[in-house]
Design a protein around this ligand. Structure first.
Ligand SMILES: Nc1nc2c(ncn2[C@@H]2O[C@H](COP(=O)(O)OP(=O)(O)O)[C@@H](O)[C@H]2O)c(=O)[nH]1
Ligand SMILES: [Mg+2]
Length: 340
C-alpha cells in the first residue's frame, strides 16, 4: 500500500522524504549488484539528497535477487522489486518508475557499464529546468559490428523519423522529472524511444556525454534481433506521433478519394449501359463497387481508430495537461538549486 509506506517514511523522525530515485533493472547480473550499490552510494551520498535505490530483478535465474535483498535488509534506502519471470527491460523500468517516490528519477544499466559518478551532473541539468536528460556514450566500450554500427544507424534513423535529434537513444543512463516520466506510456521495448515519446508532451531535453565501461561481469543480454524490434517500435511510434488527435480525419480523407473514384466509375458504367454501341462489360460497375466498398471500409477503420484513441494511453489531452503542469512547476525547481 503506497500511502502506508509514505506515512512510514515521513513520520520516521529525522528522515526526509525521498528526493532522488535511482532505478536499475537487472537481469542475471549477480556479480554486479554489490559493486553497483557501492558505486551509487559513493556517487550520491555526498550530494546530501535523500535518495533511494530501486533494484528491479526481472526474473533472474542466478543470485541477483538474493544479493539485492541482502542489501535491502541492511540499507533502508535500497528497495527491491522482483518479477516472477523475465518481462524485459522496459517493463522493469516501468515498474521502478511506478514505485519511485523521488521528484527526480534516474535510470541506468545494472551491469556497471554506466558510471554512477555521472549522476550529479544529470541532477544539475534537471535543476536547470530540463525535463529529461539523456546520456551519450560517446566512447562506447562495446563490440564494433554488433553494437556500435547498428547503434549509429538506428540513432540516425530514429532522429530522422521522430524529429528528435538524440545521439544515443539506447543509453539507459537518463534523468527525468518524475511527473513527466510517470505519465508517459512505455511498453514493448520503448525504453529506447523515451526522448521521442516525451517529446509529445513538449519535454525540454538535454544531452550529456557520459563515461562508459566495458562489461566486467556476466554476459550481454541482447543480440542482433533487437534491430528488428527497433524497426517495429519505430513504426509504431511514428504512427503515434502522426496520428495523435483525430485518426478519423486521415481515414475520411482517404475514404473521400475512394468514394470519388467509385462515383466516377459508376457514372461511366451508367453511360456505357445506356449506349447501345458499347460492348457490355463488368469492368466499370466492378470498379465502382470495389472503390465504394473501400470507401466504406476506410470510414469504419477511422471510426475504429477514433474509438481506440479515446480509450488509449496516448491521448493528446493527457499530454497537454502534463506540459502545463510541468511549466508551472519549473521556476520553483530552478530557484531551489543552481544559481542561474
Ligand atoms: N530487467 C531486464 N533487464 C535487462 C534485460 N535484458 C537486459 N537487461 C539489462 O539491461 C542492461 C543492458 O543490457 P546489456 O545486455 O548489457 O546490453 P548492452 O549493454 O547493449 O550489451 C543490463 O543492465 C541488463 O541487466 C531484461 O530482459 N530485463
Ligand atoms: Mg551492457
Amino acid at each position: 500500500v503506497p500511502s502506508a509506506e509514505h506515512a512510514d517514511e515521513w513520520t520516521a523522525g529525522a528522515r526526509r522524504p525521498v528526493e532522488l530515485s535511482i532505478i536499475v533493472p537487472t537481469y542475471n547480473e549477480e556479480d554486479s549488484v554489490r559493486p553497483l550499490y557501492d558505486a551509487v552510494v559513493a556517487a550520491v551520498e555526498p550530494l546530501g539528497l535523500p535518495f533511494e535505490l530501486i533494484l528491479v530483478d526481472d526474473g533472474s535465474r542466478d543470485e541477483t535477487f538474493a544479493r539485492a535483498a541482502a542489501l535491502a535488509a541492511h540499507d533502508r534506502r535500497v528497495r527491491v522489486i522482483k518479477f516472477r519471470r523475465n518481462y524485459g527491460q522496459t517493463a522493469a523500468m516501468v515498474a521502478g518508475i511506478d514505485h519511485a517516490r523521488g521528484e527526480i528519477l534516474v535510470t541506468m544499466d545494472g551491469d556497471l557499464q554506466n558510471d554512477p559518478a555521472d549522476i550529479p551532473a544529470f541532477i544539475d541539468k534537471i535543476r536547470e529546468g530540463y525535463d529529461l536528460v539523456v546520456g551519450w556514450r560517446h566512447k562506447r566500450q562495446d563490440k564494433f559490428w554488433t553494437r556500435k554500427v547498428p547503434s549509429v544507424i538506428a540513432n540516425w534513423l530514429i532522429a530522422k523519423i521522430t524529429g528528435v535529434p538524440i545521439k544515443d537513444n539506447g543509453c539507459s543512463l537518463k534523468a527525468y522529472r518524475a511527473e513527466l516520466i510517470k505519465n508517459i506510456p512505455l511498453y514493448s521495448e520503448m525504453h529506447r524511444f523515451i526522448p521521442a515519446m516525451t517529446s509529445i508532451a513538449g519535454a525540454r531535453i538535454a544531452q550529456l556525454r557520459v563515461r562508459h565501461h566495458p562489461r566486467r561481469f556476466g554476459t550481454s543480454k541482447y543480440g542482433l534481433s533487437r534491430v528488428y524490434k527497433v524497426f517495429l517500435d519505430l513504426l509504431c511510434i511514428k504512427t503515434i506521433l502522426l496520428f495523435t488527435r483525430r485518426p478519423l480525419l486521415w481515414f475520411a480523407g482517404a475514404a473521400s478519394l475512394a468514394g470519388a473514384f467509385s462515383l466516377l466509375f459508376g457514372f461511366v458504367a451508367v453511360l456505357r449501359a445506356l449506349d447501345p454501341m458499347a460492348a457490355p462489360s463488368v469492368v466499370y460497375p466492378g470498379l465502382a463497387i470495389l472503390c465504394g466498398a473501400l470507401a466504406l471500409f476506410l470510414v469504419f477503420l477511422g471510426v475504429l481508430g477514433s474509438l481506440v484513441y479515446r480509450t488509449g494511453a496516448v491521448r493528446l489531452e493527457a499530454f497537454s495537461a502534463l506540459s502545463a503542469r510541468m511549466l508551472a512547476a519549473t521556476p520553483k525547481l530552478v530557484s531551489e538549486g543552481t544559481p542561474r
